[in-house]
Design a protein around this ligand. Sequence first.
Ligand code: 6GU
Length: 396
Amino acid sequence: MNFHVMTLFPDMVKNGLMTSIIGRAVENNYISINTYDIRDYTTDKHRKVDDYPYGGGAGMLMQAQPVFDCAKAVKERIGHDARVIFMTPQGRTFNQRIAEELAGEEDLIFLCGHYEGIDERVLEEIVTDEISIGDYVLTGGEMAAMIVIDAVSRLVPGVLSNEDSGVIESFSGNLLEYPQYSRPEVWMGKGVPEVLLSGNHKEIEKWRLETAKERTARKRPDLYAKYERECEIIKYLNAEKAINSDMTEAIRLNRLRVIYDSNGAVALVDTAKTKVLLYAKDVAGIGEFYDFAKENGLDKVPVLLRGTNPGPLLEQGFKLSGEYKEVAYTRGVPIGTKEVVDDVTGNIRNEINDLLLTGELPIKLVPVNEAETLSVYEKLQFRISKKSLYFCEPLC
Ligand code: 6GU
């Protein structure tokens, strides 16, 4: 992942990000942070980049020409087009979801304003996204860009080592972190909660979840409400566990976002909006969801449907392009060597055991007509869904 920052203060950005985890990530080439001094692109003989605003008013404006030429140079260096993010209090308020979305890009260009702003015409010409970091006013966009770069970087594979807590955090979703303690066991007369010294991992996990819930409810009731809603949705999907494990797992691991839940239907989508996972209890649920999809520009996104038959989607201009069974390995214990009878089972065994180590549930979708593959999973004691899942793609 390559970050490109256009600014009048390149040292501020470089110095601010070259320490600790982000600095190490740059050294190890997981990310690069490239700064561009907008002043280097001015055609003014006094290297001037600002001027008075037409119509009067306080302060100076950054002029269009140096900003435009700087962006052009950045894109030429990258060799292709890239999103240009203008840091401004007028933008979308930054959050973890936007961080996840940006983490999918190869290159990101940031434009940091200073003075009272930037000539509107160059913004119209080059900016693709506007991001704010909250409802307050900063003197410039540099710190805001650094915050976005930090949050996006830690989502880039390799940036956080295994010891860093990326995996754990992604499991907790909408809950705040539980309290933590290190040595000494007693400090200022205060001990460490007994359970953490017990060595009983089940009890420790239970305590951590309970304290995380308690403090989220107390400090962030808004997040807690989301957490409770997600628990409800998972409970609802679990009523038909055998076809919905991929959905509950995606929610649990924070991989997909719930975009719709109403009477009888739940829909999840990926950040790039390439696929909707839809559970509908009956065909009426599909109809309701489809109305919602149309209103929200999602009616041309492929749907992986389960719970009911795809008839209503086919009437809406979708074609059925695959029918699958969900197979899930729910036993939890690693697969032993004696179940390995050939290369195929050997590879599956390795894959499953690796996933178990990361805390993920091994799930696959197998085409219904691949009877042989299904029987391999059956022998490995996978749970195979009775009902099918239908992959429906829009016709145009
Ligand atoms: Cl992104 N820029 C500036 N200048 N002020 C801000 C901001 C950004 N986000 C909140 N306040």
